[in-house]
Write a new protein. Structure first.
Length: 113
């Protein structure tokens, strides 16, 4: 991966699968947007659908360069063309109460400086 600061303004496609305590899929979330903040606390994009900040953990090993092409989002049918990076997450033991939070802001607990 490139230097951390070079991720700013790159397009990141994020997939989050929420699984409940019985291993049932509660929700699959897919968002994309330009990276606006990168630190050891988290990686934030501006969600293309909501124009709000959406944050994932700063696990740089979980961000991979995307292959060129079209990526169709299952949740909306939207097609993302040639994103720079992809990051996929699975959250175990999620519950219905957490779905809205993950959909709106991603992973909680990161407060921008």
């Amino acid at each position: 991966m490139e230097e951390i600061n070079s991720l700013i303004n790159k397009v990141l496609l994020v997939g989050i699968t929420l699984i409940d305590k019985d291993n049932n899929v509660l929700k699959q979330i897919q968002v994309h947007g330009n990276i606006v903040r990168v630190s050891s606390d988290g990686i934030s994009i501006i969600n293309n659908n909501t124009n709000k900040e959406f944050t994932i953990p700063a696990d740089f090993e979980n961000i991979t360069e995307a292959s060129p092409g079209e990526y169709k989002l299952r949740s909306t049918g939207e097609v993302v063309i040639d994103p720079d990076y992809i990051s996929s997450w699975t959250v175990h033991n999620a519950d219905e109460n957490s779905v809205d939070l993950y959909e709106s802001v991603g992973f909680g607990g990161y407060e921008p400086a």
